[in-house]
Write a protein that binds this ligand. Structure first.
Ligand code: IPD
Ligand code: CA
Ligand code: CA
Length: 277
């Protein structure tokens, strides 16, 4: 893809993310509808839907032939026919948006022929914008992100949502992570996968592990980590897909083998638990 086109996609993705973030901040202190998706722990608000619609309208105005995959399913076309597909999580961390009014993000990725071309993650409450273009590096606002610091397991600040994941319990992976928590410097959980992946790229976290995420959770963050020089795969070590669920390991490159080896060497309970889905 021509560099000029990639730049145009990046500029529109940033404009969409900033407009979406502004709308979320405006709506935050007005009454809005909150509904449950699968349970009381799985929220969706009218703001998620409104923000997704805004982003879709902005993309289609400029690129009517592009496909869109959005968490809230507001795109009316069929993205499987398009060469270029935008993957949107209008609000990643809806629980944080509702409860904390911080620690949520807008995640927008552009994939061309199945490959990540552009990734943008915007934190409206802190006005922090992470972005990457394939082959052109990753940035936090204007600062280039480069994961050059060596990290050992015992020095790592690790992030995971595995402890209270029912599937992790079912396969015993929660036990492995409890043990791992005792070996690393500390564990964190922010509640927005896109932001957590971006924080790995920025060196604010050394690694992030999830048993199952959707493409809109990891689509942009994956490219931002890779372009910062980090490593992102499924728990089984495979490249992440662009259009289906997957487990995710994203981390500082010096720490990947150790972290991954730890996950593997402790998979005595059930190897199928880390199979790619
Ligand atoms: C969720 C967040 C959360 C992750 C969940 C996601 P949502 O996204 O990224 O950190 O643990 O798996 O579903 O529902 O707030 O967009
Ligand atoms: Ca999400
Ligand atoms: Ca969401």
């Amino acid at each position: 893809m021509q560099p000029k086109v990639l730049e145009e996609w990046k500029d529109l993705a940033i404009l969409c993310a900033k407009s979406a973030g502004k709308l979320s901040l405006e709506k935050m202190n007005q009454p809005y509808e909150v509904n449950y998706k699968t349970s009381a722990s799985d929220l969706v608000t009218a703001v998620d839907e409104e923000v997704e619609q805004l982003v879709i309208d902005m993309i289609l105005k400029k690129y009517p032939d592009h496909g869109i995959i959005g968490e809230e399913n507001r795109f009316k076309g069929d993205p499987s026919d398009a060469e270029t597909v935008w993957i949107i999580d209008p609000i990643d961390g809806t629980t944080n948006f509702v409860h904390q009014q911080i620690n949520y993000s807008v995640s927008i990725a552009v994939y061309h022929k199945g490959e990540a071309a552009v990734g943008v993650v915007y934190d409206p409450s802190r006005d922090e914008l992470f972005h990457a273009i394939k082959g052109k590096g990753a940035f936090l606002n204007d600062r280039k992100l480069e994961l050059t610091r060596e990290v050992k397991l015992e020095e790592a600040l690790l992030c995971t949502s595995l402890f209270w994941n029912k599937k992790a319990e079912q396969f015993g992976i929660d036990v492995i992570f409890k043990e791992l928590a005792g070996k690393v410097r500390a564990m964190r959980l922010l509640g927005s996968a896109a932001l957590e992946l971006s924080y790995v790229a920025a060196g604010r976290l050394d690694g992030y592990v999830s048993l199952q995420l959707n493409p809109w959770d990891f689509g942009a963050g994956k490219l931002i980590i890779e372009e910062a020089g980090g490593k992102v795969t499924s728990m089984g070590g495979k490249p992440l897909p662009f259009n289906e669920k997957s487990s995710v390991v994203g981390c500082n490159p010096s720490f990947y083998a150790e972290l991954k080896g730890y996950i593997r060497s402790n998979m005595f309970l059930n190897e199928s638990a880390v199979k790619d889905e």
